[in-house]
Write a protein that binds this ligand. Sequence first.
Ligand code: HEC
Ligand code: HEC
Length: 245
Amino acid sequence: MRPLVPFFLLALPLLAQHSDTALTNPFNAPEDRRRGGEFYRSQCANCHGMDGKGGASGPNLATASLRHAPTEEAMFRVITKGIAGTSMPGFSMNGREIWQIVAYVRSLNVSRSATAARGDAKAGEQLFTALRCATCHTDRAPDLRGIGQRLTDAELQLALLDPSAAVAPEYWIWQATTTSGQTIKGSRLNEDTFSVQILDSAGRLRGLAKTEIERQTLERRSPMPSFRDKLTGRQLQDLLAYLVQ
Ligand code: HEC
Ligand code: HEC
């Protein structure tokens, strides 16, 4: 589902050039950084490196001061317009997507979480296996690489203890009964006038014509179970230490 972005978001950075106050990023929530990371990996990583530390054809972005992008607003402009005379291209994504990339790139040079991790990462890795986190976190759930850069300790704990507190719409639990009596459960990836695209609970991508759907419900809840009662305080620290390493 592509969020609708009002036109003014695209126009703002241009207007701001004529004022004294620099714009700050309106899309800087954990969810924005996560999406920005996805865009980054697909659009930028081949030049700037998977970790942002620079690659064969692009400089290191994981530093506090960037020559062409000293402010967030300047980075927004660099990404939309490119840098003339160099191989840095301009990207025509919508304003919100660009801000999300800015949020992600900005997060590369601060480790939000690692400093506070007190647990034992090795023990955390074993818990990650024992609790079968990877059954979802390979295809049906967000990529957890670099999570310590995107989320603070408090945000990470919330994600584990109360997953439904903040869930992006593409993860809401969708359930339908078809006219032939079949029940389908999963997440709704996309919807147009005639059909719905679903990632079902077995991880299969399916398209359904709306005429085949008898009734459907959408729960604003995460498919991820809460681990509140399944982890001791110590185990939670170990798991966090593993996730942010
Ligand atoms: C084809 C390779 C390529 C791709 C793809 C690319 N870049 Fe670049 N980028 C460069 C190069 C080369 C420069 C350095 C330009 C120069 O000489 O100043 C650069 C510079 C930058 C800078 C300014 C760095 C500084 O030190 O001031 C930023 C920020 C940046 N890129 C972000 C991105 C983002 C975000 C993406 C993905 C949306 C991206 N780039 C995609 C090649 C690329
Ligand atoms: C049943 C599938 C499932 C299992 C099992 C699962 N997760 Fe998740 N997880 C998700 C989904 C879907 C999301 C995204 C929706 C949300 O924010 O809750 C998510 C979100 C997260 C986030 C926040 C990611 C972000 O980018 O904001 C973290 C951290 C996380 N999971 C860690 C874990 C860990 C650690 C385990 C094992 C202890 C685990 N998950 C088990 C499905 C799962």
